[in-house]
Design a binder for this molecule. Sequence first.
Ligand code: ATP
Ligand code: MG
Length: 199
Amino acid sequence: MAVVDTQAKNQTMATQAAKSEGLILVNTGNGKGKTTAALGVALRAVGNGLRVLILQFIKGGSTYGELKAIKALQEAGLPIEIRPMGKGFIFHNKETSEADLMAHKAAADTAWQMLTEEVMSNHWDLIIFDEINYAIKFGLLPVEQVVALLDKKPAPLHVVLTGRDAQPEIIAKAHTVTEMKVIKHAYEQGIKAARGIEF
Ligand code: ATP
Ligand code: MG
């Protein structure tokens, strides 16, 4: 099929998709796959011509393979973007200092401000709030604030919220909630996080 035809078809699909009711999806639970499943949705969505933003709470840095892959998609002209806005997973460490917590709080506030603007901008058809449940759980974001944003978001916008321990208020707002359950994890067998699988 000619490139122009493909573009026209993608635009039609995007218009149709944008007209329908936006879905709220939640990937939670202790098992592996919450973020990777959300990235799968992002891939599927952008392949259908939807404009996709992935905004990552907690996560920072550039080690994640998805950053490079999404950048390549973007450079190839697909409407997809990923923004890591956090300072890393430090809460596993019981010694988290007050200063670290303040830095996390400041990063979450900045991410939140950006998220609110992007949600209300009508620039996107799908926004992934990666690890937001974790940010809520650790007190970096009040759950009421997140629920209020879900209430006022543009109707056609799809959103995916990921992270362990999704709060009941978030689950109540969602259309689709999936709990990843650990049966086994390589980590418990002493295997370190594998490049390309875990990051
Ligand atoms: P992924 O990004 O691989 O889809 P996730 O989003 O489900 O994982 P997170 O809670 O975001 O999981 O955890 C981040 C990291 O911890 C990832 O590297 C992930 O593979 C790893 N992980 C997830 N579940 C477990 C587990 N039950 N035990 C140990 N490590 C885990
Ligand atoms: Mg995750």
